[in-house]
Design a protein around this ligand. Structure first.
Ligand code: SF4
Length: 270
């Protein structure tokens, strides 16, 4: 393979070793180049996979297996059933940039901080990020720290995104190293911003019913939400945050319910 001049790419190639998993992509070193495929296709015969060129991976990563748009490319719903062979550093960089845009540069930024080559990981906190917002996104500053933490937990849950969140808000720790994947998230993304805007609007809604629930009833609601999250409605669009059954909204509601109610005591409701 030709010499790699890009320091981020050179460091990444060195980190691959014989193989490495990035998000949901398994990269395996070959005699000349790399084999890229979905990690769940690790054992699949190459003849059973669809060969794709590195420059077509953006289209592959754009939609789920059932044709739904993937607004977050690090969402854990990358299609399976394909294999991409690259023979040069430039092709590997192209493949990575299409599967996980920006991941290589962000991964290298974290590596440089860990090596002490730069003072710290260059993150933008929720407060710094939302303080810059104008217009309809200005309301994202109105969430209190605990509210923002709930919104972040829901939005960035591993169910929806495999990036390791390095940025945070007061009272919420960053994701741990083993929580998700090697792909760092260094600042809130567009989906996060839109979700925070929607969550702030929900907080500001008037006419909230006052409802007292027994712990067993809370447990039933949590079970119902888990079912809804595990078996999403057909045709549900991840980025449609105006939909009451949007998975992130359900996850946020789940977090609020869990935080506000004690678990039922053993035997309750029997
Ligand atoms: S802000 Fe959250 S959902 Fe968005 S890319 Fe980062 S970790 Fe993923």
């Amino acid at each position: 393979m030709a010499t790699v001049n890009n320091p981020a790419l050179a460091a990444f190639c060195a980190a691959i070793g014989s193989e490495l998993v990035l998000g949901q992509v398994l990269l395996r070193r070959l005699a000349a180049g790399y084999d890229l495929r979905h990690v769940s296709d690790r054992m699949a015969e190459e003849a059973h996979l669809q060969g794709v060129a590195h420059h077509t991976l953006r289209a592959l990563a754009g939609h789920t297996a059932v044709g739904e748009f993937r607004p977050i490319k690090a969402a854990p719903n990358l299609r399976t059933g394909w294999v991409c062979r690259v023979s040069s550093g430039a092709e590997l960089e192209s493949a990575l940039n299409q599967l996980y845009p920006g991941a290589l540069a962000d991964w290298f930024a974290v590596l440089q901080a860990e090596r002490g080559e730069v003072p710290c990981v260059p993150v933008t906190s929720y407060r710094e990020f939302t303080a810059r917002q104008t217009g309809m996104y200005r309301n994202t500053t109105s969430l209190t720290d605990p509210q923002a933490a709930q919104v972040i937990r829901a939005c960035c849950d591993a169910r929806f995104c495999l990036k390791r969140r390095w940025w945070t808000v007061e009272g919420l720790a960053p994701d741990s190293a083993d929580a998700k994947s090697l792909i760092p998230c260094l600042e809130p993304c567009a989906v996060m911003l839109e979700f925070a805007r929607k969550a702030a609007r929900i907080e500001q809604e008037e006419g909230k019913p006052s409802l007292t629930l027994a712990p067993s009833e809370v447990a039933s609601l949590l079970a119902a939400l888990d079912i809804a999250l595990t078996y999403p409605t057909a045709g549900q669009r991840e980025a449609d945050l105006s939909a009451a059954d949007n998975p992130r909204r359900l996850q946020l509601l789940r977090g609020k319910l869990q935080a506000s109610a004690p678990m039922p005591s053993k035997g309750a409701g029997e």
